[in-house]
Ligand binder design. Sequence first.
Ligand SMILES: [Zn+2]
Length: 421
Amino acid sequence: MAVQQVFPLSCVVQHYAWGKMGSNSEVARLLAGSDPQARISEDKPYAELWMGSHPRGDAKILDNCISQKTLGQWIAENQDCLGSKVKDTFNGKLPFLFKVLSVETALSIQAHPNKELAEKLHLQAPQHYPDANHKPEMAIALTSFQGLCGFRPIEEIVTFLTKVPEFRFLIGDNAATQLKQSMNSDSQSVASALQSCFSHLMKSEKKVVVEQLNLLVKRISQQVAAGNNMEDIYGELLLQLHQQYPGDIGCFAIYFLNLLALKPGEAMFLEANVPHAYLKGDCVECMACSDNTVRAGLTPKFIDVPTLCEMLSYIPSKDRLFLPTRSLEDPYLSIYDPPVPDFTVMRMEVPGSITEYKVLAVDSASIVLVVQGRVTASSPTVQTPIPLQRGGVLFIGANESVSLKLTAPDDLLMFRACCLL
Ligand SMILES: [Zn+2]
């Protein structure tokens, strides 16, 4: 008999301190949805749900008929499930990690190296750069989701240099003037002026940063107390970040980077060398398997300022939303296909009036998360249909066609990660 290619997974929760607490967290709510026995601790953060085979969070297989206990073990012994191209290209490993994130306090401002730089950094400083792979990431909002992504248009940064003297003080008059003058120049002059400004900020003495930040916080607090609106310099966000990370250089990054407020279904893609931070909200995230992160602030962790200032893409741009494409074959399917080989994410939104939905077979292993709705899943290699509801996670082997019967009148919302080479 053919090896069973479809089975449900029990996924690993990471309780990082920045996560939303208890049932405020979408991670916890998904967990409770899929497993009525699961007990949610209201005083514990539920930061991430890891859906994949990463050694620090290998998903458990929820099927007693399968002898392997985890997805990683199963893939190691059933390599064809990855898909022929994926198996060869990624050395027999699942190339992506799929996650749900519930963010309460901001995650560090960071960027990820490209492959070339990752190899170099890993050779030079393996203690900070644990592998030689790149780490492109994509976040798709589940609830309203706030993040920082890429450099703002120069005009906006120049406006902040005028309106926020504390910010200008750290950057210095020379670099600030250079940036203003670059506005009518070619992209290379813009990039070099921007790099100069950002480097001046990042290389500021800690003591001076704290002084200027305290001045700014005091000024905003007084104005707010007097009933004045400080939103033209993001007063509320600045106070909030300062409360989370007092004295941290990263608080000033909001004047360099675009602030994105994603609505459910909207996405941002973090390609190599683009500075970014997740600030608040719930999202699904997919990334290449790597841990390489270069940090720039809002963190107590190691910050490698020279590498960071050197590597970043100093390309100002307002357009940071990553738009999905509509499938031509399936009217309920949107495809988020970033310009990297490692992963693609699909969103399936099926109206409750439909009774049966076919998940497209692809030449790649897939992981499917049910966010809303209730189905039973069947496929040629599955003997008994698998019931799935909110929070359910399903593994699908390459080229396996799966049919879903909707068993509740609710609309169905699912996300699927796979690798389309
Ligand atoms: Zn990142």
